[in-house]
Design a protein. Structure first.
Length: 152
């Protein structure tokens, strides 16, 4: 990824980023979208995340939704609440990552599964490899004592 970024002009990087995360619904970086689609349940999810952030003193920029992937990752990096972190990872991030990777149905789709990107897409989209690596890291986060995911 680093080699690709260093060898690619900034304008092209911006095009690839926008094409991936803004224009391709399979890669929308909003966890609640993948879990609930544009529904009342997503609204409840967003409010719950805001409350959890507020309780831990984590500020959410006014121009961003609390279920943005990067925002959730920043929160996980600073929280000392391991139980809450496990909940967010196992009940939110990992299911959303599976949907982004085409392994499960996203709430925003009518198909049985989220469309799988073409095999050769990786050469044009370096972000898929980053998302796959992130998914592997998140899978290593422990669940609660019984080995079960925590309810969100």
């Amino acid at each position: 990824f680093r080699t690709f970024v260093e060898a690619t002009p900034l304008g092209r990087l911006e095009e690839i980023y926008s094409g991936t995360f803004d224009l391709d619904a399979a890669y929308h970086p909003y966890v609640g979208y993948h879990l609930f689609g544009e529904s009342y349940k997503r609204s409840v999810f967003l409010l719950e995340l805001k409350e959890r952030y507020r309780a831990k003193g984590f500020d959410v920029p006014e121009n961003e939704l609390p279920d943005h992937l990067a925002l959730l990752l920043r929160f996980l990096a600073i929280t000392d609440d391991v139980t809450m972190a496990g909940e967010i990872i196992h009940e939110g991030l990992l299911p959303a990552m599976e949907r982004m990777m085409g392994k499960a149905k996203s709430a925003g789709y009518d198909e049985v599964e989220t469309p799988e990107p073409p095999h050769n897409r990786r050469q044009y989209n370096p972000y898929r490899g980053i998302l796959e690596a992130l998914e592997l890291v998140l899978q290593g986060f422990p669940t609660n004592d019984e080995g079960q995911s925590l309810s969100l």
